[in-house]
Design a protein around this ligand. Sequence first.
Ligand SMILES: [Zn+2]
Ligand SMILES: [Zn+2]
Length: 289
Amino acid sequence: MVHLSNHHCHTLFSDGKTSPESFVKKALEENLVSLGFSDHAPIPNPGLTGMKAEALPDYQQVIARLRDTARDHLQIYKGLEVDYIPGVISVNSTHIVNANPDFTIGAVHYVDQFDDGTYWNFESGFRQFQRGVDEIFNGDIVVAVKRYYTLIREMVNDHRPDVVAHLDRIKKLNRRDRYFNENEKWYREEVIETLQAIARNKCILEVNTKGYYSGDSDDTYPSKWILEIANQLEIPVHLASDAHHPDHLRSGFDFGLKQLKAIGYKNTFVMLDHCWQDSNLIENRIYIF
Ligand SMILES: [Zn+2]
Ligand SMILES: [Zn+2]
């Protein structure tokens, strides 16, 4: 039996569209067994978006209240999606540790800076993406992509989150191999080295369906071939939709589950009773960190 759960959603506390209450209502309708909020943690840099620092105590209180109210029907967890930006933020930053999240999702959304101090990201369209490759990485997409994966490995090795978000999100603008081909040796080696770091540090790998249901990709983050290697390395996975609206709480899950089963994954991990657990419960195996 698959216990569906989603530990990646965003509310009005960061860039989500609706209140935490609306997510709880939808999770109850959808019979989820547990729900984890993962709003973007405050980033101590004025140019970068995330939750406002002063909203963090409120976020904690609202989730605690919802957890109590829904207690008999749904387990609710307080998570944070925490950027890794060297020298700026990681899961070990004081404000993150003090917030005492039930779980952390580690993500690299920002890769190095332009001369004016703004960060390169994958959200601002092709022109800005190309400008980053040209100005920060001397026009070399291979160097740019390698830098992205290096940052993920740094995060996993030195600032370990519970879950690694959307591993290959750098492919967001790479449809039809616009910038690189995932079959190229250098790319595969970079990804495999990163998976090995994830396995060594016993992180959970997120299988994120947002690119699939929003039309940015025909596949999950990460791609199927990456999940095949993750399975060989016995890396546990968690299926998540990165919902910014309650209507997307389970979006892409049918595709994601089908994909995982085809690869040979026997289970996904969900947080239940404050532990990440095997969701099909056949072996009742609990993943201990
Ligand atoms: Zn993210
Ligand atoms: Zn997210």
